[in-house]
Design a binder for this molecule. Sequence first.
Ligand code: RNT
Ligand code: ZN
Length: 421
Amino acid sequence: MPDKQKMIESSYEQAKVLYAKRGVDTDRVLDELAKIRVSINCWQGDDVRGFEGAEELTGGIQVTGSYPGAARNPEELRQDLEKALSLIPGKHKVNIHAMYAETKGVKVDRNELKPEHFQNWVDWAKRLGIGLDFNPTYFSHPLSDDGFTLSHQDPKIRRFWIEHGIACRRIGAYFGRELGIPCVTNIWVPDGYKDLPADRFAPRRRLMESLDQILAADIDPEHNIDAVESKLFGIGSESYVVGSNEFYLGYAVKNKITLCLDAGHFHPTEMISDKISAVLTYVDRLLLHVSRPVRWDSDHVVTFDDELQRIMEEIVRGKVADRVFIALDFFDGSINRIAAWAIGTRNTLKALLKAMLEPGEILKEYEAKGDFTSRLALMEELKAYPWPAVWDYYCLRHNVPVRDEWLAEVKVYEQEVLLKR
Ligand code: RNT
Ligand code: ZN
């Protein structure tokens, strides 16, 4: 359809002129945007089930909904991810968990996992030219059943989970080396109490010591980047979470590792967008779990809301894109799971693009002069600048569906593939 193409191109040319008047070079912005990899969470595709045959998702997180077509095995999950990636402009990363190991029917416990158990993922990522990120899985396992892992009072159970952490860092380094793109290995543990603890100190001390042992293993920081993720509460850990924000902020600063901020892991009115500049004053790098809490840590699909835009504005205005890893974390089983990936990832990229199109220097100048009227006026006018025309052109240039055209492709895939499962 050359007409459609012409329309998109001419809208882009008009947008380009408007942005140029504000000193923004849209062509350059699109080149910059193409360099940013978003880490897409594989666990949206199978409702966080993994390949170990686990019957239940534990750890205080929950997927609701029973939309047909969830991936049941590695082949289906990768096929679905590939479909989703074909609807998203740019080259990205896929984020996997230890429970997505492929052990050829042999039982390999989590403390014994090796790079070879992820060879299919690596070969697949190579073929697609994407990166991989990694997460040890500290839930949905008999040794996490009483709600404690790395901070467990039983040294044998702690040992098991320490070994798991070390195994995962090795696997992460393998991903980074093989793919030529560093792997972020993110530690999140569900440890905590439903009701008021008598001792809040001891589990935190144990968690610190366990993390120290995991990090003591000598693993090439060029290929593997260690991150720790905090949380406020979970289902069954409402009163106390061992790995709270203060705990991990202190840990990351002290040990010079990456801190992970999940958008759903704070009080409902507390926003991670405001934390980026604070945290990056003290840690080198930040991992974001871009998610959407609705009244609680519900992990809804990321929409184009205010907080998403603020997060991206912070990254762009602060010129810290090289210090922030953007990863997605949502799991909704009530809608088509490929659509969930497409919606969440496309929104993330749109918000990033919109932020990159901002004439940031002008805004900062107004601010420095104390002209807050102009600052607010321009910020508000920019919302109606033709950034969607730039987005459409970006999709066209990267050969992915423009606007809601991707939905028709998902519907065909649903008929031909998902509903036959
Ligand atoms: C849980 C954390 C964690 C998980 C994934 C599956 O509250 O957000 O990041 O969502 O590891
Ligand atoms: Zn998370």
